[in-house]
Design a protein around this ligand. Structure first.
Ligand SMILES: Nc1ncnc2c1ncn2[C@@H]1O[C@H](COP(=O)(O)OP(=O)(O)O)[C@@H](O)[C@H]1O
Ligand SMILES: [Mg+2]
Length: 253
């Protein structure tokens, strides 16, 4: 199982849209067995698959339960190859609980839990919150690859240095195999700001950048209301085609 974290310290940059659609495309188009982990208390990835709930265990229990049984937490989506560990607001309290519980390792709980299903899935995609907290650190420790979605605006590159530092620290201390596979531009519009922002990103050497950007399309907003992955909602729209291409680029590298 290859584990990929979608992460950026900023909100509203299409982390969730990317995580859910990449997971869905890997499962449906590439026939991979995929586990999507919603690692944000907002639970938006869970909502996209109609699996947001307070009646069932969620990612909070993965953080707090000793010898957790993931089979009791993993929910099935309507897509045969795509399963989900949901999230809800209980993750807030779970994070505090983990911080105060020093009786066992705090940063390796995802890694340990995910090991129990590593033969059941080809890919695990983690949708993260715009934060560095014990949940995101657990995600970085459990991940092989990192993808950073970037929406070009005046503040687009804020927090990138801090994120990079956190990645480096995680690599040094807890997960030497961690790889920043690259940034990719989301919500791309044909204007000067986007062109220059993307060009700037490609000139600097510290962050690898994917060739494929994801175009801004109103269909994406509509697809969230329809709680339907973009290629199911509108296969021909720019963003659907770009996510298909992006996944191909990721797989070919
Ligand atoms: N390619 C796109 N075109 C148009 N709107 C988009 C696109 N990608 C994301 N959005 C919109 O941007 C908003 C933020 O996306 P989301 O994935 O929730 O961001 P994050 O998880 O980083 O906070 C949502 O309203 C979503 O519909
Ligand atoms: Mg999100």
């Amino acid at each position: 199982m290859k584990t990929i974290s979608i992460i950026n310290l900023k909100g509203g940059v299409a982390k969730t849209i990317s995580a859910t659609n990449i997971a869905h495309i890997l499962a449906v188009v590439h026939n991979k067995r995929v586990l999507l982990v919603d690692n944000d208390k907002q639970g938006n990835a869970s909502k996209m698959f109609g699996l947001h709930s307070y009646d069932k265990p969620s990612v909070a229990e993965v953080m707090t339960t000793r010898n957790v049984n993931l089979d009791e937490i993993i929910a099935h989506t309507q897509y045969a190859n795509l399963d989900l560990i949901p999230a809800n607001m209980t993750l807030l309290k779970a994070n505090l609980e983990v911080m105060f519980d020093t009786t066992r390792p705090q940063q390796t709980r995802f890694k340990t839990a995910l090991r129990s299903v590593e033969d059941e899935y080809d890919y695990c995609i983690i949708d993260n919150a715009p934060d560095i907290n014990i949940s995101t650190i657990n995600a970085l420790v459990a991940s092989d690859d990192i993808l950073i979605p970037i929406k070009i605006d005046k503040f687009a590159f804020d927090g990138l240095a801090e994120l990079k530092e956190q990645i480096e620290n995680t690599k040094e201390d807890l997960n030497p195999g961690l790889c920043l596979r690259g940034c990719f531009v989301t919500c791309y519009q044909r204007n000067e700001v986007n062109k220059q922002g993307e060009e700037w990103l490609k000139t600097q050497t510290e962050y690898p950048v994917f060739n494929t950007h994801i175009r801004r399309t109103e269909k994406v907003d509509e697809s969230t209301f329809a709680t339907t992955p973009i290629i199911e909602y509108s296969r021909r729209c720019g963003a659907a085609r770009d996510y298909l291409k992006f996944v191909e680029e990721y797989l070919s590298k």
